[in-house]
Ligand binder design. Structure first.
Ligand code: M6R
Length: 365
């Protein structure tokens, strides 16, 4: 049942190209327009929204951080991303001009469901991104955008995250296109880009051995940092969560520009830092952040797009992801971080699929 892999997590990491292909293709018509298939949200609805709330927990929340960037860029509407357990207790500004997007793999996370009910009570339109068909979140939403990841068994979420990202891109594109904010040329380019992602991900997965070697080298570290700017900061949070939940290493993610406002005090000789530098327009800024931590003796593992070789001067190791538009790099850059967490946990003898203290679906407060 693990398809020849030692753990469900590894099987699920390798299922990502297929999950992304399915999630995309089931929503595309032959002419590249987005297939609504059950989605009842109209053009008038989309034009009436003055704000979007994306609410979720854990990994799904991290998918929301990337979703915010996509929706703000493409649909030019303010988006707030919130943790469900915070949202539900703070009387948020929600009314009938609010689009509320819940993201949940299981569709049964109690806090996410409670936040959804609260938003509904205040009159918001509810759209959810869910993996489990017929789950509570799906049933209680006005519209559902399903991820086609297939069942996710490992506690550490992998393929649910990347397919959630795919849905968020499609939602952003759909809203932007409907509102007439993005032009046809950008829309077409973006869809073509998304279509290429499954193949690019297959390519990237061939670097598994390289990531394994990096994990072997650093698996005894007791502290790991993840830094990045823009969407790379969202992916940093996800890489850090993956590592802590399955390897029990103390890890910390932070927006790179925020480092010098305090956290850099923790960087010392031998501190391991993953520096995500996939954004072309932020590349130089990241290089100077890397230089700052390097100067304090950190071991830096850089993640950059193929061709951006300048990062090699500042890093002990570099993992290159296939080149692509800046917007979609999270679909690729998260994968080496998933693999790193997996191998570190393996080298440390941890229970990868069922880490201590954690349940697959959190149906209590
Ligand atoms: O089923 P959900 O997507 O609502 O679950 C949310 C979180 O509990 C979940 O993503 C959790 O953070 C994962 N264990 C992370 O790998």
């Amino acid at each position: 049942e693990k398809g020849g892999y030692d753990h469900f997590m590894m099987k699920e990491i390798h299922e990502q190209p297929k999950g992304l292909y399915e999630t995309l293709m089931r929503r595309l018509n032959d002419d590249n327009t987005i297939k609504l298939d059950g989605i009842t949200m109209t053009k008038a609805d989309i034009e009436s929204f003055n704000k979007v709330y994306i609410v979720a927990c854990g990994t799904a929340y991290h998918a929301g951080l990337v979703g915010k960037a996509a929706i703000e860029k493409m649909a030019r509407i303010p988006v707030e991303v919130d943790i469900a357990s915070e949202f539900r207790y703070r009387d948020p500004f929600v009314d009938d001009k609010t689009l509320f997007i819940a993201i949940s793999q299981s569709g049964e996370t109690l806090d996410t469901l409670a936040a959804l009910r609260e938003a509904k009570r205040k009159g918001a339109r509810i759209l959810s991104v869910v993996n489990v068909v017929g789950s509570s979140v799906a049933r209680e939403s006005d519209d559902v955008f399903y991820t086609w990841a297939g069942p996710e068994i490992a506690v550490a979420s992998t393929k649910a995250y990347t397919t959630q990202l795919m849905c968020m891109y499609l939602i952003a594109l759909y809203m932007g296109h409907t509102k007439g904010v993005i032009d046809q040329d950008y829309y077409n380019r973006f869809i073509e880009e998304l279509k290429q992602i499954p193949d690019k991900l297959e390519e990237l997965l061939k670097k598994e051995k390289d990531v394994e070697a990096i994990a072997k080298k650093y698996c005894r570290k007791e502290q790991v940092f993840f830094i990045g700017r823009g969407v790379d900061s969202g992916v940093s949070y996800e890489g850090s969560l993956k590592l802590k939940e399955i390897s029990y290493i103390n890890s910390f993610a932070i927006a790179a520009g925020e480092l010098k406002h305090g956290t850099i005090a923790l960087i010392e000789e031998g501190t391991l830092v993953f520096a995500l530098a996939t954004q072309d327009f932020l590349f130089e800024k990241m290089l100077s952040n890397i230089q700052e931590i390097k100067a304090r003796g950190a071991n830096v593992v850089g993640i950059a797009k193929e061709g951006n070789r300048e990062i090699e001067k500042q890093s002990s190791e570099v993992i290159y992801i296939p080149s692509c538009m800046d917007e979609v790099t999270p679909l690729l850059s998260v994968v080496p971080l998933q693999l790193f967490a997996y191998y570190v946990a393996k080298f440390r003898g941890c229970n990868i699929d069922k880490p201590k203290n954690l349940a697959k679906s959190v149906t209590v407060e």
